[in-house]
Unconditional design. Structure first.
Length: 296
Protein backbone atom coordinates (compact mmCIF):
# COMPACT_ATOMS: atom_id res chain seq x y z
CA UNK A 1 0.00 0.00 0.00
CA UNK A 2 1.97 2.97 -1.38
CA UNK A 3 5.23 1.49 -0.10
CA UNK A 4 7.16 2.37 -3.25
CA UNK A 5 5.78 5.92 -3.17
CA UNK A 6 6.75 6.24 0.51
CA UNK A 7 10.28 5.02 -0.25
CA UNK A 8 10.65 7.62 -3.01
CA UNK A 9 9.46 10.24 -0.51
CA UNK A 10 12.22 9.18 1.90
CA UNK A 11 14.83 9.27 -0.85
CA UNK A 12 13.95 12.51 -2.61
CA UNK A 13 12.18 14.68 -0.04
CA UNK A 14 13.59 13.50 3.29
CA UNK A 15 16.95 12.72 1.64
CA UNK A 16 17.63 9.76 3.90
CA UNK A 17 20.75 7.70 3.27
CA UNK A 18 20.60 4.57 1.13
CA UNK A 19 21.23 2.45 4.23
CA UNK A 20 18.34 4.06 6.14
CA UNK A 21 15.95 3.77 3.19
CA UNK A 22 16.80 0.08 2.81
CA UNK A 23 16.08 -0.49 6.52
CA UNK A 24 12.69 1.25 6.20
CA UNK A 25 11.81 -0.84 3.17
CA UNK A 26 12.79 -4.12 4.84
CA UNK A 27 10.80 -3.25 7.97
CA UNK A 28 7.68 -2.51 5.94
CA UNK A 29 7.98 -5.68 3.87
CA UNK A 30 8.38 -7.68 7.10
CA UNK A 31 5.28 -6.07 8.58
CA UNK A 32 3.15 -6.70 5.50
CA UNK A 33 4.39 -10.30 5.30
CA UNK A 34 3.16 -10.73 8.87
CA UNK A 35 -0.10 -9.00 7.96
CA UNK A 36 -0.69 -11.40 5.09
CA UNK A 37 0.20 -14.43 7.19
CA UNK A 38 -2.17 -13.47 10.00
CA UNK A 39 -5.03 -11.99 7.94
CA UNK A 40 -4.59 -13.51 4.49
CA UNK A 41 -4.37 -10.05 3.02
CA UNK A 42 -1.83 -7.27 2.58
CA UNK A 43 -4.54 -4.65 2.11
CA UNK A 44 -4.91 -2.42 5.18
CA UNK A 45 -8.42 -1.46 4.09
CA UNK A 46 -9.51 -5.05 4.67
CA UNK A 47 -8.24 -5.03 8.28
CA UNK A 48 -10.81 -4.04 10.90
CA UNK A 49 -8.36 -3.27 13.71
CA UNK A 50 -4.94 -2.25 12.41
CA UNK A 51 -3.74 -1.12 15.84
CA UNK A 52 -4.32 -4.63 17.20
CA UNK A 53 -2.44 -6.13 14.26
CA UNK A 54 0.54 -3.85 14.98
CA UNK A 55 0.54 -4.80 18.66
CA UNK A 56 0.38 -8.49 17.69
CA UNK A 57 3.33 -7.96 15.39
CA UNK A 58 5.34 -6.44 18.26
CA UNK A 59 4.50 -9.46 20.43
CA UNK A 60 5.56 -11.75 17.59
CA UNK A 61 8.91 -9.94 17.30
CA UNK A 62 9.46 -10.23 21.05
CA UNK A 63 8.75 -13.97 20.89
CA UNK A 64 11.40 -14.18 18.16
CA UNK A 65 13.88 -12.69 20.67
CA UNK A 66 14.32 -9.52 18.63
CA UNK A 67 15.95 -6.84 20.79
CA UNK A 68 13.90 -3.96 22.18
CA UNK A 69 15.99 -1.46 20.21
CA UNK A 70 15.39 -3.25 16.92
CA UNK A 71 11.66 -3.53 17.63
CA UNK A 72 11.52 0.19 18.43
CA UNK A 73 13.26 0.96 15.14
CA UNK A 74 10.68 -1.11 13.27
CA UNK A 75 7.91 0.68 15.15
CA UNK A 76 9.46 3.99 14.19
CA UNK A 77 9.32 2.89 10.55
CA UNK A 78 5.62 2.05 10.88
CA UNK A 79 4.87 5.35 12.62
CA UNK A 80 6.53 7.28 9.79
CA UNK A 81 4.73 5.21 7.18
CA UNK A 82 1.28 5.68 8.71
CA UNK A 83 1.86 9.40 9.23
CA UNK A 84 2.65 9.55 5.53
CA UNK A 85 -0.55 7.64 4.65
CA UNK A 86 -2.57 9.98 6.85
CA UNK A 87 -1.04 13.01 5.16
CA UNK A 88 -1.92 11.53 1.77
CA UNK A 89 -5.53 10.93 2.97
CA UNK A 90 -5.15 7.20 2.42
CA UNK A 91 -6.32 6.49 5.99
CA UNK A 92 -8.61 8.37 8.35
CA UNK A 93 -6.71 7.74 11.60
CA UNK A 94 -3.16 6.77 12.46
CA UNK A 95 -3.22 3.27 14.06
CA UNK A 96 0.23 3.76 15.59
CA UNK A 97 -0.81 6.84 17.61
CA UNK A 98 -1.39 4.79 20.77
CA UNK A 99 1.35 2.21 20.18
CA UNK A 100 4.30 3.17 22.36
CA UNK A 101 7.93 2.15 22.12
CA UNK A 102 9.35 -0.51 24.41
CA UNK A 103 11.56 0.41 27.31
CA UNK A 104 15.17 -0.35 26.52
CA UNK A 105 18.03 -1.06 28.91
CA UNK A 106 20.71 1.61 29.07
CA UNK A 107 23.55 0.78 26.72
CA UNK A 108 27.07 2.09 27.15
CA UNK A 109 28.69 2.46 23.73
CA UNK A 110 31.82 0.44 22.93
CA UNK A 111 34.99 2.49 22.67
CA UNK A 112 38.72 1.86 22.49
CA UNK A 113 40.94 2.85 25.40
CA UNK A 114 43.09 5.91 24.68
CA UNK A 115 46.29 3.96 25.34
CA UNK A 116 45.28 1.33 22.77
CA UNK A 117 44.35 3.95 20.18
CA UNK A 118 47.81 5.47 20.59
CA UNK A 119 49.27 2.16 19.43
CA UNK A 120 47.86 2.93 15.99
CA UNK A 121 50.27 5.84 15.74
CA UNK A 122 52.94 3.23 15.01
CA UNK A 123 53.51 3.65 11.27
CA UNK A 124 54.97 0.15 11.04
CA UNK A 125 51.42 -1.24 11.33
CA UNK A 126 50.67 0.24 7.90
CA UNK A 127 52.32 -0.71 4.62
CA UNK A 128 54.77 1.81 3.20
CA UNK A 129 52.77 2.47 0.03
CA UNK A 130 49.64 4.26 -1.16
CA UNK A 131 47.32 1.58 0.24
CA UNK A 132 48.92 1.68 3.69
CA UNK A 133 48.73 5.48 3.73
CA UNK A 134 45.07 5.35 2.69
CA UNK A 135 44.23 2.85 5.44
CA UNK A 136 45.96 5.04 7.99
CA UNK A 137 44.04 8.10 6.75
CA UNK A 138 40.71 6.21 7.05
CA UNK A 139 41.48 5.30 10.69
CA UNK A 140 42.70 8.78 11.61
CA UNK A 141 39.82 10.62 9.90
CA UNK A 142 37.23 8.50 11.72
CA UNK A 143 38.98 8.75 15.10
CA UNK A 144 40.10 12.39 14.98
CA UNK A 145 36.86 13.84 13.59
CA UNK A 146 34.14 11.40 14.75
CA UNK A 147 32.50 11.42 11.31
CA UNK A 148 30.21 8.66 10.04
CA UNK A 149 31.20 6.16 7.34
CA UNK A 150 28.79 7.74 4.85
CA UNK A 151 30.31 11.15 5.56
CA UNK A 152 33.87 9.90 5.10
CA UNK A 153 33.29 8.26 1.71
CA UNK A 154 31.51 11.38 0.42
CA UNK A 155 34.32 13.83 1.21
CA UNK A 156 35.58 15.52 -1.96
CA UNK A 157 39.03 17.04 -2.34
CA UNK A 158 37.37 20.47 -2.47
CA UNK A 159 35.81 19.87 0.96
CA UNK A 160 39.25 19.80 2.60
CA UNK A 161 40.96 23.11 3.31
CA UNK A 162 44.47 22.32 4.52
CA UNK A 163 45.39 26.01 4.80
CA UNK A 164 42.48 26.68 7.19
CA UNK A 165 42.82 23.23 8.79
CA UNK A 166 39.19 22.26 8.37
CA UNK A 167 36.95 19.89 6.45
CA UNK A 168 33.36 20.43 5.34
CA UNK A 169 31.17 17.43 6.10
CA UNK A 170 27.91 16.66 4.32
CA UNK A 171 25.87 14.93 7.01
CA UNK A 172 22.46 13.36 7.31
CA UNK A 173 19.64 15.07 5.40
CA UNK A 174 22.18 17.30 3.63
CA UNK A 175 23.16 19.11 6.82
CA UNK A 176 26.64 20.57 6.52
CA UNK A 177 29.15 21.25 9.27
CA UNK A 178 32.79 22.29 9.51
CA UNK A 179 35.20 20.19 11.55
CA UNK A 180 38.67 21.47 12.53
CA UNK A 181 41.75 19.39 11.72
CA UNK A 182 44.99 19.30 13.68
CA UNK A 183 48.38 19.76 12.03
CA UNK A 184 49.23 16.05 12.17
CA UNK A 185 46.06 15.09 10.29
CA UNK A 186 46.52 17.91 7.76
CA UNK A 187 50.04 16.65 7.01
CA UNK A 188 48.72 13.11 6.64
CA UNK A 189 46.05 14.31 4.18
CA UNK A 190 48.67 16.19 2.14
CA UNK A 191 50.97 13.14 2.02
CA UNK A 192 48.05 10.93 1.03
CA UNK A 193 46.79 13.21 -1.78
CA UNK A 194 50.31 13.51 -3.20
CA UNK A 195 50.82 9.74 -3.19
CA UNK A 196 47.28 9.09 -4.49
CA UNK A 197 47.68 11.48 -7.42
CA UNK A 198 51.04 9.95 -8.32
CA UNK A 199 49.62 6.43 -8.08
CA UNK A 200 46.55 7.16 -10.22
CA UNK A 201 48.10 10.00 -12.26
CA UNK A 202 45.55 12.46 -10.96
CA UNK A 203 42.52 10.36 -11.99
CA UNK A 204 40.63 9.83 -8.71
CA UNK A 205 37.19 11.27 -9.58
CA UNK A 206 37.56 14.11 -7.06
CA UNK A 207 36.92 11.87 -4.05
CA UNK A 208 39.36 12.12 -1.15
CA UNK A 209 39.40 8.41 -0.25
CA UNK A 210 39.47 6.00 -3.18
CA UNK A 211 39.54 2.25 -3.81
CA UNK A 212 42.49 0.25 -5.15
CA UNK A 213 41.27 1.20 -8.64
CA UNK A 214 40.90 4.91 -7.92
CA UNK A 215 37.11 4.80 -7.67
CA UNK A 216 34.89 6.23 -4.93
CA UNK A 217 35.25 4.34 -1.66
CA UNK A 218 32.39 2.28 -0.20
CA UNK A 219 31.16 1.27 3.27
CA UNK A 220 32.24 -2.38 3.29
CA UNK A 221 35.82 -1.41 2.50
CA UNK A 222 35.85 1.03 5.44
CA UNK A 223 34.52 -1.70 7.75
CA UNK A 224 37.24 -4.11 6.59
CA UNK A 225 40.00 -1.57 7.23
CA UNK A 226 38.71 -0.64 10.69
CA UNK A 227 38.23 -4.26 11.72
CA UNK A 228 41.74 -5.15 10.51
CA UNK A 229 43.57 -2.44 12.46
CA UNK A 230 41.43 -2.42 15.61
CA UNK A 231 42.07 -6.17 15.86
CA UNK A 232 45.76 -5.31 16.24
CA UNK A 233 45.25 -3.10 19.29
CA UNK A 234 42.07 -4.14 21.14
CA UNK A 235 40.03 -7.20 22.11
CA UNK A 236 36.64 -5.46 22.38
CA UNK A 237 33.80 -7.38 20.71
CA UNK A 238 32.76 -4.64 18.32
CA UNK A 239 35.33 -3.36 15.86
CA UNK A 240 33.41 -1.06 13.55
CA UNK A 241 33.75 2.51 12.23
CA UNK A 242 31.01 3.56 14.65
CA UNK A 243 33.21 2.39 17.53
CA UNK A 244 35.78 4.95 16.40
CA UNK A 245 33.03 7.59 16.43
CA UNK A 246 32.16 6.53 20.00
CA UNK A 247 35.86 6.55 20.87
CA UNK A 248 36.32 10.09 19.53
CA UNK A 249 33.40 11.41 21.59
CA UNK A 250 34.37 9.54 24.76
CA UNK A 251 38.00 10.69 24.65
CA UNK A 252 36.93 14.28 23.97
CA UNK A 253 34.58 14.21 26.95
CA UNK A 254 37.17 12.56 29.19
CA UNK A 255 39.65 15.31 28.30
CA UNK A 256 37.21 18.06 29.27
CA UNK A 257 35.39 18.97 26.05
CA UNK A 258 31.99 20.60 26.42
CA UNK A 259 29.08 18.27 25.62
CA UNK A 260 27.49 20.87 23.31
CA UNK A 261 30.74 21.15 21.36
CA UNK A 262 30.84 17.36 20.93
CA UNK A 263 27.21 17.47 19.77
CA UNK A 264 28.13 19.95 17.02
CA UNK A 265 31.19 17.96 15.95
CA UNK A 266 29.20 14.74 15.71
CA UNK A 267 26.39 16.41 13.81
CA UNK A 268 23.69 15.37 16.30
CA UNK A 269 20.39 17.22 15.96
CA UNK A 270 19.80 17.27 19.73
CA UNK A 271 21.79 16.82 22.92
CA UNK A 272 19.99 13.62 23.94
CA UNK A 273 21.90 11.58 21.36
CA UNK A 274 25.21 12.94 22.66
CA UNK A 275 24.47 12.27 26.33
CA UNK A 276 25.11 8.53 25.98
CA UNK A 277 28.82 9.37 26.24
CA UNK A 278 28.38 10.77 29.75
CA UNK A 279 27.55 7.19 30.82
CA UNK A 280 30.90 6.02 29.50
CA UNK A 281 32.80 8.59 31.52
CA UNK A 282 30.69 7.87 34.60
CA UNK A 283 31.53 4.16 34.31
CA UNK A 284 35.21 5.14 34.20
CA UNK A 285 34.76 7.25 37.34
CA UNK A 286 33.06 4.34 39.13
CA UNK A 287 35.94 2.04 38.21
CA UNK A 288 38.52 4.52 39.52
CA UNK A 289 36.45 5.02 42.68
CA UNK A 290 36.35 1.27 43.37
CA UNK A 291 40.09 0.95 42.76
CA UNK A 292 41.15 3.93 44.82
CA UNK A 293 38.70 4.50 47.67
CA UNK A 294 39.83 2.89 50.96
CA UNK A 295 36.30 1.86 51.96
CA UNK A 296 35.50 -0.05 48.75
Amino acid sequence: MLIEQFIKYLQHEKRYSQHTVRAYYNDLIQFFDHLEKENRSRDLKEITNTEKVIRNWVVHLMEENISERTINRKLSTLKSYFRYLRRMDEIETNPTAKVFSLKTPGRIPFFVDERNMNLLENEELFKDDFFGLRDRLVIEMLYQTGIRVSELINIKDQDVNCASKQVQIHGKRNKERLIPLNSQLVNLIRQYILKRDLHFRGKSEGCLVVTNKGKKFYSKAVYRIVRKYLSMVTTIDQKSPHVLRHTFATHMLNDGADLNAIKELLGHSNLTATQIYTHSTFEKLKKIYKQAHPRT
